[in-house]
Write a protein that binds this ligand. Structure first.
Ligand code: NDP
Length: 480
């Protein structure tokens, strides 16, 4: 069976421990490859090579940085089929989705930040008769990038690309649950001629490799996407070391449906916003609030549409919902469905594990589940489930829905469905979220700030936000 390798100092290498972890295919429940079980010694060696490479990479011309990042993008695109199959096998998402979203987006991330090298500028502040300030933006040095399993290459590249574009060298760790496309990326970087040590990818467990990156005294910035509890732990280690931190954390996003929405279109879009990627997207809307006058009509149309979603083998084009990422995560989701029933919820559709025949007989599948009748303050409505489970809640008016929408500790994203422009603006302003979509979901412009408020994170990614995060400003004043 294939053994994945770390990517350190431009080479594919074994972990120092020579130990490996099992890598499961969620659709079959079987081990199909082995992942390096790395530790702080591998992180140290990755750091040493990154530090060494920084001397040259930080001084490489902006044009050359752009050209090499473009080559990395081209390299992924050339191997599209391989990346798509690998992402789907590792994560359980339908190949169709990986082909439409994940892998093209990783290509775009590299292209976007390659071109950003040509346009990023720093400020100058003129003081008439006194002098002028100009701001230098230096790369930080060696930075750490840690990403989760739900959108593996998509989020991994979203961090790595701006870090490299700004002249930093990187020690990166993908989720140990979905390491494969990061491994393919290391091959692409070698083929593209990325200088040795500029990017280092260390595979392994979060509490070993991830923690060693965070604890390393000379890795000066950490860009992390993952769960809120892990984020809290990382912050508690990194803050006393005065590291720069970008934390993109969990969500429990509200979907707010007003009676004057475009009914058919809203039903269709809200189903997508609820169940894409098995509901394992931090931006999925998991609490659906529906205005009283259309509640019953919306519920019937929504449930009818959810029942048409076909769950099955991610390799087959006909299925829109694939496997849950791991056995442990499947059990967590099922435990929340049980909790919802204990809390008085009524299951309108789904609610169970799905047993398939053939190749996927031992895979981890859950039916898309819709629940109603729960109090907005109950645990099911307050805690992140991160799976194909949504709740429906009736509201009477704008004030009430805002109280319910804002009642959670999270504040990542929200969607608002209405044809009343003034109301859309009003609610968007008052809803506690870093990202709001009106009559749409997951429309992304890579230039916009991306991130959450409250327990959903600290800082923003995207556009110049990421370029600023990965650089240190230094103000210089010249007297006139
Ligand atoms: P985790 O927090 O469990 O893991 C995220 C990453 O951190 C993984 O690479 C993990 O490694 C690593 N890690 C775990 N423990 C530590 C540690 N002590 N120190 C350093 N690194 C560590 O999240 P999940 O992978 O389960 O991802 C799901 C979560 O991510 C959800 O809460 C979701 O909402 C959130 N998310 C947020 C997004 C956003 O943009 N705000 C986008 C996507 C997801 P390993 O997996 O190997 O243990």
């Amino acid at each position: 069976m294939e053994q994945l390798k770390n990517y350190i100092n431009g080479e594919l290498v074994e972990p120092v421990s020579k130990k490996y972890l099992d890598n499961y295919e969620p659709a079959t429940g079987e081990v199909y490859s082995f992942i390096p079980d790395s530790d702080e010694r591998d992180v140290q060696s990755a750091f040493d090579s990154a530090k060494n490479a920084f001397e040259t990479w930080s001084k490489t011309s902006l044009e050359n940085r752009m050209l090499i990042l473009m080559k990395v993008a081209d390299g992924i695109e050339k191997r599209m089929d391989e990346f798509v199959a690998a992402e789907s096998k590792d994560n359980g998402k339908p190949q169709k989705l990986a082909r439409a979203v994940d892998i093209p987006r990783a290509v775009s991330n590299f292209r976007f930040y390659a071109s950003a090298t040509q346009h990023f500028a720093s400020e100058s502040h003129h003081m008439p008769g006194v002098g002028i300030n100009y701001t230098l933006r230096h790369p930080i040095g060696v930075v750490g990038c840690i990403s989760p399993w739900n959108l593996p290459l998509y989020l991994f590249s979203w961090k790595i690309a701006p870090a490299l574009a700004t002249g930093n060298c990187v020690v990166a760790k993908p989720s140990e649950i979905t390491p494969y496309t990061a491994y393919l990326l290391s091959q692409v970087c070698i083929e593209a001629g990325l200088p040795k040590g500029v990017l280092n990818i260390v595979h392994g467990l979060g509490n070993k490799v991830g923690q060693a990156i965070v604890e390393h005294e000379n890795i000066k910035a950490i860009s992390f996407t993952g769960g809120t509890e892990t984020g809290k732990r990382i912050a508690s280690i990194a803050a006393p070391m005065f590291k720069k931190l970008s934390l993109e954390l969990g969500g429990k996003n509200p979907t707010i449906v007003f009676a004057d929405c475009d009914f058919e279109e809203t039903v269709k879009q809200v189903v997508t916003a609820s169940f894409s990627n098995q509901g394992e997207i931090c931006l999925c809307g998991s609490r659906i609030f529906i205005e009283k006058s259309i509640y019953e009509k919306f519920k019937a149309a929504f449930v009818a549409r959810v029942k048409t979603l076909k769950v099955g083998d991610p390799n087959e084009e006909s299925y829109v919902i694939g496997a849950i990422v791991s056995l442990q995560h499947k059990q967590k989701i099922l435990s929340y469905i049980k909790l919802a029933q204990e809390e008085g919820g009524e299951i309108l559709c789904g609610g169970s594990e799905l047993k398939l025949a053939g190749r996927c007989a031992n895979g981890y599948f859950i039916e898309p589940t819709v629940i109603e009748g729960l109090d907005y303050k109950c645990r099911t409505n307050q805690e992140e489930i991160f799976g194909p489970v949504v709740t429906l809640t009736l509201f009477e008016n704008e004030e009430e829905v805002l109280i319910m929408a804002n009642s959670v500790k999270y504040g990542l994203s929200a969607t608002i469905w209405t044809n009343d422009l003034k109301r859309a603006h009003r609610v968007a302003e008052k809803v506690e979220a870093g990202i709001v979509w009106i009559n749409s979901w997951l429309v992304r412009d890579l230039r916009t700030p991306f991130g959450g408020v409250k327990a959903s994170g600290v800082g923003r990614e995207g556009g110049w936000e990421a370029m600023r995060f990965f650089t240190e400003p230094k103000n210089v004043f010249i007297k006139s």
